[in-house]
Design a protein around this ligand. Sequence first.
Ligand code: AHG
Ligand code: MN
Ligand code: MN
Ligand code: MN
Length: 334
Amino acid sequence: MAQRISLTRWLVEKQRVQGHLSAELRLLVEIVARACKGISHAVNKGALGGVLGSAESENVQGEVQKKLDIIANEVLIEANEWGGHLAAMASEEMDGIYLVPNRYPQGEYLLLFDPLDGSSNIDVNVSIGTIFSVLKKPEGQAGVTEQDFLQPGTRQVAAGYCIYGPQTTLVLTTGHGVAVFTLDREQGSFVLTDENVRIPADTKEFAINMSNMRHWDEPVRRYIDECLAGKDGPRGKDFNMRWIASMVADVHRILTRGGVFMYPWDKREPNKPGKLRLMYEANPMAWVVEQAGGAATNGRERILDIQPQSLHERVSVVLGSKNEVERVTAYHAK
Ligand code: AHG
Ligand code: MN
Ligand code: MN
Ligand code: MN
């Protein structure tokens, strides 16, 4: 059997041999992975652990929080605040930024996360996940402000997600391709199971919430209409559809076998740019997808180039197989 490479060993070698990451960033990724392991255990316990159902609270986006949204947020904070690698954190479930308490040393990195992605799937035992993005704090200043987080996705230094499905799988990029690690529950460690993942440029599978069809903008409608027309339509082939309603699970499928994922702007709320959040959903996923040879735009421009204006800013998302994303983006330009 081929030698098993743990996440720890993989990170050490990326740091020591290839210089792909600093010691601090290596520690950060290890700690995020450890937190995800903890979340994975809580998810697996389900009703037995008393973690299902809603909490009596709302987050800053006006969504009712599930118990696991709050638990996962706390696990990530507690795991990360004492390590000395971070200056501050930000999350879907916290209104403002979370400063590392004074009793701990301050590091130079900023960590953003969607602690629990796919909240509507928790209670129905469908795959959910955690998404994370790491930025560097601007140099030569003492404190941290929310403003320091507002950097475009091109400035990420590490990003990825952990999916809690039939397997628990951690997907990571530090800007040198995409690596996949599967949790070995007996050993309690993540083991490298795929490296240099590539998303096929073409696909016959799309993911979109079709119930919003009547609200879509013309270019999105045209693209999906053409897919639905199948072999006899302008695309000359039949398309399949999947919609899991956990971005992590939809993106993971696309990473595995290709496809295009869309959560576009629509007419229900004309002043809202989209549903998904730029800084801790779209940016990390866009970077992972690009690092695997795919593409990610908001229909008009590359997601990673967008200059964020606020922490919880929303964005329209089209990502996945390159030729399909380019087609959807071209339809918007017309
Ligand atoms: P979250 O659970 O972190 O709030 O994110 C849910 C997101 C995303 O994971 C998914 O693609 C989308 O919401 C599903 O939205 P619909 O329920 O509108 O299909
Ligand atoms: Mn939510
Ligand atoms: Mn989410
Ligand atoms: Mn979430």
